[in-house]
Design a protein around this ligand. Structure first.
Ligand code: ARG
Length: 266
């Protein structure tokens, strides 16, 4: 009974947060006003994930994923509208029809493939450990051996990796709603390490040199690939997305966007 009530309350809360996030953020269009006949695809993204998706000074959702999705839409002939969506609950919005697609640096995993469909991979990633500059950590195993408190973003592949190492219910796993919150917790000593996607950790360190973190990589972390998610069975949209992705890879636009955010050629 108690557990049921807690579950219901939790669910209602999650719904509330999603709604609030959806309303509070300026939704942007693909800059294709005037093309009234095109279908508008509503795209969810957890915009606390620079450089892939974040809110800029003018309260607009920007980033690598955003430019990529806009380019794909243009190439495939549809419009996009981005809606900031909290990560916890982001996948539910596909199932209940609140979003048509998700682009959010989402790793394609077998587990997720059970409940949603993914585009062709568009970005390669892996997990990276962030620790204070002076920490005595050289490999993933050390987090367990040294009994360290590890911060992750709830439900990410970083969470999955750390849960496997320490046990899902380990009190040493501290789960945060966003990756920046986990990294801020590291900066104030609330945790001893953070495990998250490589490009996001590196971007945070670059933009926050005062945090004095170093990164530790570990060959045991598998290669990950980001994909754009759609509702299971939405082949029509998935085909369009894949067609657009192929087109912008072929015409150099993908490389341009890559260069804009990562400074190097792919
Ligand atoms: N790639 C990781 C995963 O799929 C983390 C993605 C988190 N994305 C975000 N926008 N917060 O689990």
């Amino acid at each position: 009974m108690n557990a049921l009530r807690r579950w219901i309350t939790g669910f209602a809360l999650a719904a509330l947060v999603v709604t609030a996030a959806g309303c509070g953020t300026k939704a942007i269009d693909a800059g294709q006003a005037g093309g009234g006949s095109k279908k508008t695809i509503v795209v969810g993204t957890d915009a606390a994930y620079a450089p892939f998706e974040y809110i800029d000074a003018s309260n607009t959702i920007v980033g690598f994923d955003i430019d990529l999705m806009k380019a794909i839409a243009k190439a495939a002939g549809f419009d996009v509208q981005f809606v900031n969506t909290v990560w916890e609950g982001i996948f539910i919005t596909l199932q209940n029809g609140e979003r048509d697609a998700l682009i959010s640096a989402i790793t394609i995993t077998d587990e997720r493939k059970k409940t949603m469909d993914f585009s062709d991979p568009y970005f390669e990633a892996t997990q990276l450990i962030a620790v204070p500059e002076n920490a005595d950590v050289t490999k993933f195993e050390d987090l367990k051996a040294k009994n360290l408190r590890v911060g992750v973003q709830t439900g990410t592949t970083g969470d999955v990796a750390v849960s496997k190492l320490l046990g899902k219910t380990s009190p040493n796993i501290k789960r945060y709603d966003t990756t920046p919150h986990a990294l801020q917790a590291l900066a104030i000593g609330e945790v001893d390490a953070v495990v998250a996607d490589n490009a996001v950790v590196l971007h945070y360190i670059q933009s926050n040199p005062n945090a004095k973190f170093k990164v530790v990589s570990d060959p045991s972390f598998p290669k990950e690939h980001y994909g754009i998610a759609v509702k299971k069975g939405n082949k029509e949209l998935l085909d369009k997305i894949n067609q657009g992705l192929k087109a912008i890879k072929a015409n150099g636009q993908y490389d341009e966007i890559y260069q804009k955010y990562f400074g190097t050629k792919k």
